[in-house]
Design a protein around this ligand. Structure first.
Ligand code: EPZ
Length: 421
């Protein structure tokens, strides 16, 4: 038996939806807890598949972890294991972010290589280069990154690309290093700001938070803390695109609208009206969206995680859109599934050209990753008939209560258990 979402097109989404903590923050905050002996508690955590998977990784290092509804408590022992479990890490790519905290606390770290996935090869060369600059050695042995560093010393580090993961791992290693580390061309996503905020609460000394130059003054020890995870801007933006595509009106609560300035501006260019409040915003679209171009870039550019939503909107927009993907080389795989739904879309290298159609037509489609899955469901909301979206475990990894939230906004969507297609 396998699950799929049965999405009946036609409804205009109306109402409000609550968004909880960000997947791409909570997983790193869970890893950062390793930096201090004692219990760190995270609140406003999303109830998604990735959180218990990360808990398993931390347990394999000797931590006690409890996950109760939206609260995660991590009890970190004085003597921490330095070898993360192969099976747990292979299930969760993001768990590579234990590398920095382990090398900082244990002066040694053995972390299985997560490997590539549907959106790209995803090497770790910048993580390794940064840790080597701090004085560690890193090798790939038997499918694992093996890092050793008896003494970590502050250093000047330039990143070739503002990689989120590399910035996080280097930052978490540098907070307990001797001296000052400067990370130049650092990533500055809101999730990085959230991580730096929690590290500062734990006693770390970090300057330039939110900018592309982070200065980290190493300290000798950190303390456990309690931290509320920031709202998930990618989930919030997914609801914004859903409102625009279905010509509806949706209020999204629990996300800082400033984390979506560019996204909301883009939707206004497509003809939507938007209103921003504190930790909430509303998107309303009366007519058919107009075609606009999108270029994915590191923050504050247009997020690559919203590229499938941009393509789904363009597929029903009035006119032709060009979407340029600059972050992940294989993220256009999703377009093939959109074509199944009747989208007029073509790709060429980093570019996709999409000519909007009045109406898509339903078909069985397969989610290849979290965001592609959400994009296909949004497209199904604008298709004639019932679209079956398969491999929905991808969606469950990043979107808490997705079907229930859609139903709450008036969509006709069901989670169905049947024989696989
Ligand atoms: C994080 O991935 C997010 N994942 C991704 O979200 C997100 O798409 C990405 O940042 C960009 O915003 C998590 O936070 C768990 P990167 P990460 O390092 O850290 C290349 C989702 O759907 N690169 O910024 O892996 C890399 O291959 C996921 O929620 C190197 O070449 O992203 C990519 O092309 C998908 N060498 C680019 O940089 C390195 O050492 C950006 O990667 C590191 C990265």
């Amino acid at each position: 038996m396998a699950e799929h979402f049965a999405v009946t097109g036609g409804a205009r989404l109306q109402g409000s939806v609550d968004v909880v903590g960000a997947k791409n923050s909570v997983l790193k905050l869970m890893a950062a807890a390793l930096l201090a002996e004692g219990t760190t508690t995270l609140t406003n955590c999303p109830e998604i598949l990735d959180v218990p998977l990360m808990a398993d990784v931390l347990r394999s290092l000797g931590c006690g972890v409890t996950v109760e509804r939206d609260t995660v408590a991590i009890d970190v022992p004085a003597r921490l294991g330095a070898e993360a479990d192969y099976r747990s890490v292979s299930k969760l790519r993001a768990s590579v972010c234990v590398l920095g905290p382990l090398i900082a606390r244990c002066r040694r770290a053995v972390v299985p290589l997560p490997g590539g996935d549907a959106i790209g090869s995803r090497p770790l060369d910048m993580h390794q280069a940064g840790l080597q600059r701090l004085g560690a050695t890193t090798e790939i042995e038997h499918g694992r990154v093996v890092a050793r560093g008896d003494v970590l010393r502050g250093a000047q580090i330039w990143l070739d690309f503002p990689s989120v993961g590399a910035t996080e791992n280097i930052l978490m290693a540098a907070v307990l290093a001797d001296g000052t580390t400067v990370i130049d061309n650092a990533a500055r996503e809101p999730e990085i700001v959230d991580l730096a905020a929690m590290l500062t609460q734990m006693g770390a000394k970090i300057e330039g938070i939110g900018t592309s130059t982070l200065s980290v003054h190493g300290v000798t020890a950190l303390q456990p803390t309690e931290h509320r995870v920031i709202g998930d801007r990618i989930v919030g933006a997914t609801w914004a695109f859903a409102a625009a595509m279905t010509r509806g009106e949706v209020t999204v609560r629990g996300v800082d609208p400033h984390h979506l300035d560019l996204v909301l501006d883009k939707l206004r260019s497509a003809g939507a009206e938007t209103e921003a409040g504190t930790q909430e915003f509303t998107v309303r679209m009366d007519g058919r969206p107009g075609a606009i171009d999108f270029v994915t870039l590191p923050y504050p550019g247009f997020a690559t995680d919203l590229q499938p939503m941009a393509i789904a909107l363009s597929a029903v927009a009035d006119g032709t859109s060009m979407i340029t993907e600059n972050v992940f080389e294989a993220r256009f795989r999703f377009v093939d599934e959109m074509v199944r739904l009747g989208a007029d879309a073509r790709t060429d290298g980093h570019h996709a050209v999409v000519r909007g159609v009045e109406r898509l037509s339903s078909a069985p489609v397969w989610a290849s990753d979290i965001r592609a899955g959400a994009g296909l469901v949004l497209a199904g909301l604008c298709a004639e008939g019932v679209t079956q979206v398969w491999d929905v475990e991808h969606i469950d990894r990043g979107y808490p209560r997705f079907v229930e939230n859609l139903q709450g906004l008036g969509a006709d969507v069901e989670r169905v258990l049947t024989d696989p297609l």
